[in-house]
Design a protein around this ligand. Structure first.
Ligand SMILES: Cc1cc2nc3c(=O)[nH]c(=O)nc-3n(C[C@H](O)[C@H](O)[C@H](O)COP(=O)(O)OP(=O)(O)OC[C@H]3O[C@@H](n4cnc5c(N)ncnc54)[C@H](O)[C@@H]3O)c2cc1C
Length: 471
């Protein structure tokens, strides 16, 4: 068994496994050390894939609940959700994809070393807790990712006070659930459990839901959530939470200083994720760190030669979103650099952000407030899905597309959407920003009819000419 490799990747999440595949495609001999029983990391096992599978179940339930509107007759009786079947199907989707990564490793002759890796210096990696081996690599790529983070004073017991890791595996629909944090993870679970019939309360410290999104998007989501019966508490801090025989007793301080008491069967803590570097030996080999994250330059080189790092575990000058597609792209760039190819740094302003709650959110670039703060003379074009033929057919009429453009050169600075298929539609907006499109160019990009994408063309009309066509 060879222990010497061109590249050893630590961690088989979307950052690590994609880096490994690309490096192997470029002719390098590659091994990946992964401690879990399956490949794919957070995204495939606990994150993107299982949550979106649950959201598809929520969507299916919504369609069936409105069967009458669709002219679909179903036998009399209550429409409900069978969590055993939901979980079984979700697990099949996850297993299919993790096995798919295993297949790709075999296809590209990438060795999966099952164990935990520790950096030992000078290209050496000690593998323990599993396949105990010492490896020697010309290049090392650290992709150890992130894990759930708690908040001081609130003890996560993983039964009543839970994280997303437990929430995706719940065997029964909770009667009630309070969710701390309204980032993508928080609002996606709020959407899922409300659809499944739970009483949902979402508690956000900042003044609005999905605080990284454009303010208009946050307002629209709050309106929609309230309509669905989700209780929204913004500007509110959870001060204590204690599980007991009658559920979790939560105390929170509202913006006006009042104390609010909430009782829920479960409390889901969704306040972000922190890096996985404990026990990795990073400091021991001299890697520069920042609050547990590994510091890298724009091409993902660490402070130690021949050691790179990608994905959720890194920090870079400027904002670094913890997203699967970001980690994969960083993995590709790193593999290509190691193969001697010319590579360019990522422009993080062009990273799409997608939140898959109902209604969906897709966004890229500057929000209106950010564009104004950056000194642009801003013009806005908005188009509501409610007037779009395709949206009416689908009975998905909530939300809008909003284009933020610069009045001087007409350049599109940001596109923000909430509503049907927004997580798909945002791809056009990403290309528009990457190619420095003007809103006029978007007007002359022909959008097929009848499609949801027409909303982008109409919003571009509004930005370029002051009004859309169909309003
Ligand atoms: C609930 C949830 C939903 C999400 N939804 C989305 C989404 O819809 N879209 C999106 O883009 N992103 C989403 N994300 C974020 C996304 O999952 C992460 O950004 C992405 O998985 C990061 O990939 P990574 O490769 O950097 O790390 P990870 O996926 O965390 O992988 C790191 C791997 O390294 C392994 N590892 C760690 N230390 C060692 C060691 N010492 N030795 C061996 N192995 C080790 C771990 O076991 C793990 O498999 C979601 C996250 C969560 C929690």
């Amino acid at each position: 068994m060879a222990n010497e490799f061109d590249v050893v990747v630590i961690g088989a999440g979307t950052g690590g496994y994609v880096a490994a595949i690309r490096a192997a495609q470029l002719g390098m001999q590659v091994a990946v050390v992964e401690k879990q029983k399956a490949l794919g990391g957070t995204c495939l096992i606990w994150g993107c894939i299982p949550t979106k599978a649950l959201l598809e179940h929520a969507h299916a339930l919504k369609v069936v609940q409105h069967a009458k509107d669709w002219g679909v007759t179903i036998p009399a009786g209550e429409v409900g959700i069978d969590m055993a079947q939901v979980q079984a199907r979700k697990d099949r989707v996850v297993t299919g994809l993790t096995k798919g990564v295993e297949f790709l490793f075999k296809k590209h002759k990438i060795e999966w070393i099952k164990g935990t890796a520790r950096l030992a210096g000078n290209g050496r990696i000690d593998v323990f807790e599993g396949d105990t081996r010492t490896l020697q690599a010309k290049e090392i790529v650290v992709a150890t990712g992130s894990t759930v983070r708690g908040v001081p004073g609130i003890e996560i017991d993983r039964t009543q006070i839970i994280t997303s890791d437990e929430a995706i595996g719940l065997k029964a629909v909770p009667k009630s659930i309070a969710i701390m944090g309204s980032g993508a993870v928080g609002v996606e679970f709020a959407s899922i459990f409300r659809s499944f019939g739970s009483e949902v309360t979402i508690i956000e410290l900042l003044p609005r839901l999905v605080p990284v999104e454009d303010e208009a998007v946050s307002a629209e989501l709050e309106k929609s959530f309230r309509k669905r019966g989700i209780k929204v508490l913004t500007g509110t801090t959870v001060t204590s939470a204690k599980g007991g025989a009658k559920g979790v007793d939560i105390e929170a301080r509202t913006g006006d200083g009042k104390t609010q008491k909430i009782n829920a069967e479960l409390l889901l803590v969704a306040v972000g994720r922190g890096p996985v570097t404990t026990g990795l030996g990073a400091e021991g080999i001299g890697l520069q760190m920042d609050r547990g994250y590994i510091k890298v330059d724009p091409l993902f080189r660490t402070s130690v030669p021949h050691v790179s790092a990608v994905g959720d575990v890194i920090t870079i000058d400027g904002p670094h979103p913890q997203l699967a597609h970001v980690s994969s792209h960083e993995g590709v760039i790193t593999a290509e650099r190691l193969a001697g190819r010319h590579v360019e740094p990522i422009d993080y302003r062009h990273v799409p952000g997608c939140t898959y709650c109902d209604p969906e959110i897709g966004s890229v670039g500057l929000t209106e407030a950010q564009a104004r703060a950056a000194g642009y003379d801003v013009k806005i074009g908005t188009f509501p899905f409610g007037v779009l033929g395709r949206a009416k057919m689908a009975a998905e009429t909530e939300g809008f597309v909003k284009i933020v453009a610069d009045r001087k050169y007409d350049e599109v600075l940001g596109v923000h959407m909430i509503g049907p298929r927004s997580t798909e539609l945002v791809a056009e907006a990403v290309l528009a920003l990457r190619l420095e499109c003007t809103s006029e160019e978007l007007v002359h990009t022909i959008h097929a009819h009848p499609t949801f994408a027409e909303a982008i063309g109409e919003a571009a009309h509004a930005a370029a000419h002051g009004a859309p066509l169909h309003m």
